[in-house]
Design a protein. Structure first.
Length: 129
């Protein structure tokens, strides 16, 4: 098993931060050839998503239409709902030392809140052989 906590500076709201290279580096560091990688971001408002390159804007437009920013009693209720719907975790297979994504897919940390220069902690665990 390999475990690491990484920190990513974010800004938002509704900004995707590509963490694919960071995750790929963790797999290389781990030496695991076949298994699973678990990615979990700390907090109640961010999300981890896998998206096809070129579909990012359509994804963000859909989410913001589904859950509008305004009209909530709690100021960032929208961020909590988005995080709940999308998830703060992802589990992806690792095969032959590489993450099992299509060539046109990337892993993103979605910062849902209106923040600048915020630090998000992401736990990465890799289980396998």
């Amino acid at each position: 098993m390999y475990s690491k906590v990484i920190e990513v500076k974010t800004y938002g709201p509704m900004v995707l931060h590509n963490i694919t290279d960071i995750v790929t580096d963790c797999i290389k560091e781990s030496g695991v050839k076949n298994g699973l990688i678990w990615i979990s971001v700390e907090g109640a408002t961010p999300a981890i998503v896998v998206l096809e390159v070129g579909k990012e804007e359509a994804f963000l437009n859909f989410i913001t239409r589904l859950i509008p920013f305004e009209g909530w009693r709690h100021g960032n209720a929208y961020a909590h709902l988005i995080s709940t719907i999308l998830s703060t975790n992802a589990v992806i297979p690792v095969e032959n030392g590489a993450i099992m994504l299509r060539n046109d897919e990337r892993i993103y940390l979605l910062e849902t809140r209106s923040v600048y220069n915020h630090v998000r902690r992401i736990a990465v665990e890799i289980h396998g052989i």
